[in-house]
Design a protein around this ligand. Sequence first.
Ligand code: FPP
Length: 226
Amino acid sequence: MSNRVKHIAIIMDGNGRWAELQGKKRVKGHEEGAKVVKKITTYCSNMPDIERLTLYAFSTENWKRPRLEVEFLMKLLDTYLKKELPVYLENNVRFEPIGDLRAFSKSLQKTIQMVQDETAHCDGLVQSLALNYGAQDEIIRAVNRLKKEAGEITAEMLSNTLDAKCDVDILIRTGGDHRLSNFLLWQAAYAELFFTDILWPDYTVEDLEKIIQRFTKIERKFGGLK
Ligand code: FPP
């Protein structure tokens, strides 16, 4: 029997290098990257098996980047969400951010909340953007919430308290590096990992289709024998 993919998670790396290779400013790569976010989301929304797409858009470590790049990313996110709202609705996509949103400006928080509210009734694909997200930070925030409960913390309790509550089936990283960079460390415990040299702005639906094809043929044992 072939595997069904329910949850795809992507580390969208390589925007800066893509731009530099063309003699452009790094931020141009982020702009192109946002277009790929739209294409991949639309594709996934048309695939009935795929329930959730989680995209690493801004990590807890990305604040270390030059101020102008961080400001550009914030503005890009705000513009993207406002402009794409009709597309979320057309494709029945529910937007669910993960991460600690309190670090963002009040106005960006408002946009994020608005898109979340407006798409709350959509019951197709869930597009989850990881925003000011780091898996270690997510786990610490969950444990601190659970500390108030009596008794021992179980794996199930922790799973249900994390920002992202679904296990990952396919985890893809573009841009050539082979690391997880603090992304969904708990939820990806049994994910199939795919690394590609393709830079995110060059990533296509066909590239994703090939990975899904490979995934369907993998024997997943989850620590068992069959
Ligand atoms: C990594 O590339 C990418 C990011 C830190 C940001 C991801 C953002 C986008 C794909 C665009 C914005 C997204 C939305 C949803 C509007 P990098 O800059 O680290 O690339 P490099 O490794 O080549 O420097």
